[in-house]
Ligand binder design. Sequence first.
Ligand SMILES: [Zn+2]
Length: 253
Amino acid sequence: MYIGIDIGGTHIRVGASVDGKNLYEKLDFPTKEFEDSFKEIINAVKTFDSPARNATPARSDAASSGEHSVAGGKVKSVGVSVPGPLSAKTNLVLSSPNLKGFNEKPLAEMLKENLQVPVKVEHDASAAALAEATLGAGKGKNPVLYITVSTGIGSGLIVDGKIYRGLYNPEAGHQIIDTHGPKCRCGQGGDLEAFSSGESIKTKVGRHPKEVEGSREWYDALDILAIGITNSILHYSPEIVVIGGGMSKNQKI
Ligand SMILES: [Zn+2]
């Protein structure tokens, strides 16, 4: 049994997989301050950790494959994704504006000590990029650039099947488009996230981005997103750009 944990700004999702490819069961709970969230994560992982357990499929693709019940088992390893920035050298979350109390916590070591299995902590967009390059829309392409457009804008780059890290992580969402533009949560003025993220649209029009799809403001945000992605293509020269995140669900993007 392999465990995947996605720690987001509002939700934590803990998923279990027998083969490391298909998700069979998932728990979802709100993100709290570090100590409380850490305890809930440990408890969630332990609910999956049983040698004789049968897991129930959580996704339609697993259900449609006819595998309604698969053998569970002992947890072998745990992968964790966190919002950046993440130091590639120390593997610590650094000044994440979305997570309270997580900064500088040795999350991988703490989980390893509690669960007694190997634990890997990864930047969330890089983890998603690796999944797309290995199993998803980027399979067979190299390099694969992944851009996620939701509350914020994140990016990950996969070169020769491996995550390109740099010192921290490529952050295409924080490339500056216009220094006179609106201010981003990161402190910069006029970067891509400040123009084109779900949060920026919400700030600009005072409504949820889904409610203003197709409006002038929504298309303006997409036009600037296109400029940002074009810049990133010129920087990284990928064979494919995979766009994910909540806003990508709209066909017109
Ligand atoms: Zn920014």
